[in-house]
Design a binder for this molecule. Structure first.
Ligand code: ADP
Ligand code: MG
Length: 339
């Protein structure tokens, strides 16, 4: 969440000092959907149309996948837990099926049936608190991605046990970012930055034909302070960090990425993972996977996947960068050490 576009400053300079034609300036629209701030910055003559269509599509995805909307498809699956399968749209089926691929790949570190656990911690409902042991134990028993039944022909999804529930919060923004990219491409947009609460997709190049430069949030500094810059074209950049959503109780900080083995916020030394990939749904799922898996196993997993790279930051200010992105990363805060 909260990644900074370094190019914005240049644009303001262009506007004020070099008085470039207004066609060189993007249309920027902000909105609040998927539980986060949406920011679309789109260039070219079809920008307005592309943005309108994209925002409608993001709203549609939110309506289908939100756990907070009573009649969303995800809520219907959850209400029918232990009872029957629920027919869903192609979108929800695809997002859940993709989630399960990453559950297998991460041996359950990423688990879309995490909802009962998220719920006892109160995340997303504004009632965060440290739950008692019994509540955590009960919720943990319900977290099991293997207890999902799927019928591909009918496009239906069911939870095998009563009280189980799914949460697509760790992947839905990624899916929506990919859909937005596809809509913009169909509308002939060549250059854009799609930002869905830090799930970034950089479409094409910036106006100078150079790669987009995206700042990576310093996990221990105020929002907007970046510790490094990555330069990319046509890539998704997604960060999962312990600073994104958290609360403090008795001086201890508890964040929203949960370890499905312990039932507690994942604590393994990693405090931020950024994934650079071609598709944002993969980046979104993998940033959560790698965060929970930790440095050693997470790094190995990312290195094993073609065209996917990662930047891990640990609490002791070390940075671990996979081979494919090393040359595109520039450190700007010397307190950090590239390991
Ligand atoms: P953000 O939503 O802040 O961008 P993530 O993509 O890492 O961050 O997703 C975190 C969200 O995913 C949590 O708010 C919760 O809804 C859900 N979640 C938490 N832990 C897990 C997990 N181990 N597996 C799958 N989803 C999780
Ligand atoms: Mg994620």
């Amino acid at each position: 969440m909260f990644i900074i576009y370094i190019d914005d400053r240049k644009e303001v300079l262009n506007l004020l000092w070099f008085k470039k034609s207004k066609d060189n300036f993007p249309i920027i629209k902000c909105s609040y959907m998927l539980g986060t701030i949406i920011n679309l910055k789109v260039y070219g003559e079809n920008a307005a149309k592309g943005i309108d269509k994209s925002l409608k599509r993001i709203q549609e995805i939110d309506d289908k996948m939100s756990v907070f909307k009573e009649d969303s498809e995800v809520s219907k699956i959850n209400k029918n837990a232990g009872v029957c399968l629920q027919r869903v749209s192609k979108d929800t089926y695809y997002v859940l099926e993709t989630s399960l691929k990453y559950s297998d790949m991460s041996k359950g570190a990423f688990d879309p049936t995490i909802r009962p656990l998220v719920d006892v911690w109160g995340f997303g409902r504004g009632v965060e608190r440290v739950p008692n042991k019994e509540k955590i134990e009960y919720a943990l028993k319900l977290v099991s991605y293997k207890e999902i039944s799927l019928n591909k022909d009918e496009k239906s999804i069911g939870l095998n046990n009563k009280d189980q529930s799914i949460d697509l919060g760790a992947v839905a923004k990624g899916f929506a970012a990919d859909e937005t990219r596809d809509i913009l491409l169909k509308n002939n947009v060549k250059s854009a930055v799609i930002d869905l609460g830090g799930n970034i997709f950089t479409l094409g190049s910036n106006l100078n034909g150079d790669p987009w430069r995206i700042g990576i949030q310093d996990p221990v500094k105020p929002t907007g302070t970046y510790m490094g810059i990555i330069s990319v074209r046509n890539k998704s950049i997604v960060t999962s960090g312990n600073y994104e959503r958290f609360f403090i109780s008795r001086g201890k900080r508890y964040h929203h990425i949960l370890d499905s083995k312990t039932g507690f916020p994942s604590e393994n030394g990693v405090i931020s993972v950024t994934i650079i990939s071609d598709n944002s749904i993969d980046g979104d799922a993998l940033s959560t996977c790698a965060y929970v898996m930790g440095l050693e196993n997470g790094y190995k997993l990312i290195q094993s996947i073609p065209n996917v790279d990662a930047i891990f930051i640990t609490g002791n200010k070390k940075i671990y960068i996979t081979d494919g992105i090393k040359n595109n990363f520039k450190l700007v805060n010397e307190e950090y050490i590239v390991a």
